[in-house]
Design a protein around this ligand. Sequence first.
Ligand SMILES: C[S@@+](CC[C@H](N)C(=O)[O-])C[C@H]1O[C@@H](n2cnc3c(N)ncnc32)[C@H](O)[C@@H]1O
Length: 268
Amino acid sequence: MDISDTRKCNLFNFEMLARFMGAPEHLLIGFYEELLNDHDFLASINNRIAEIREKWGFNKGIFAMPSIDSIDWFAFERVLIYVLIRYLKPNRVLETGVYYGGNTAFALQALARNQGGKLVSIDYPDSEIRLKGSSEARHSLVGDSELYEPRLRPGFMVPLSLYEHWELIEGDSLKVIPDLQDTFDLYIHDSDHSMPFLSRELAAAWEKLSNRALVLVDDIDWSNAFFAFCVKQRLFPLLMTDNGKDNLRVRTGIALRGHANNGNDLFT
Ligand SMILES: C[S@@+](CC[C@H](N)C(=O)[O-])C[C@H]1O[C@@H](n2cnc3c(N)ncnc32)[C@H](O)[C@@H]1O
């Protein structure tokens, strides 16, 4: 697969999402097109990437690219987050695992377009990750790729113009979540994907979700935690593929709290 297949894969995922949620497909596709045509958003991300590269010398992954010319270069879960927030218009969104802020930027852009709502994001400061050492702080598959310039805060790629709807809390999500006062309509997990950690984070976040909240978990194929959680809570999940820059991967899972659990009300 290459980037030219991405659009087709994304459209397929939105067709499935529409059926899963009972949402009009044209509305979801409309939000995807809105994002594809948002040249100001893409420019603000490119500007931020260039600033970070020049000022801090950070040049891992996406920061090595001179310029990104299409939203389709981004992983599907970022596009999905944008479309879900535009469609569901959540009042409160919870995110764990910010790193440079790819998902964060897309969530905040959607909230800005909605003209309302708040995103609460949780991640360790870089200094704490260094202290803990890679084996404790992150999944073993991640290695040191999440170490960055210690003076940068998590979410350093987020354009400064998008900070209005954002609260960043630096700390361990397992310690932070139980103290949160808000009730969330959307929860996005992208922190530590290991079985013991994700199982605990899902359980903690579950306590903070509204009755019809949506749970979105990235990298579901890194452990069995998401699958076990869906069985335990009798959730009927939708599993989605990434847009396949290299090959197709079942990567992102979503589940709706309060959805009838055997799937009989779906795919009508
Ligand atoms: C895969 S990266 C997140 C990528 C990010 N969502 C994005 O879109 O760029 C995983 C992040 O989870 C964070 N993390 C790992 N364990 C954590 C924990 N216990 N609490 C909070 N954040 C954690 C790491 O510091 C790292 O920044």
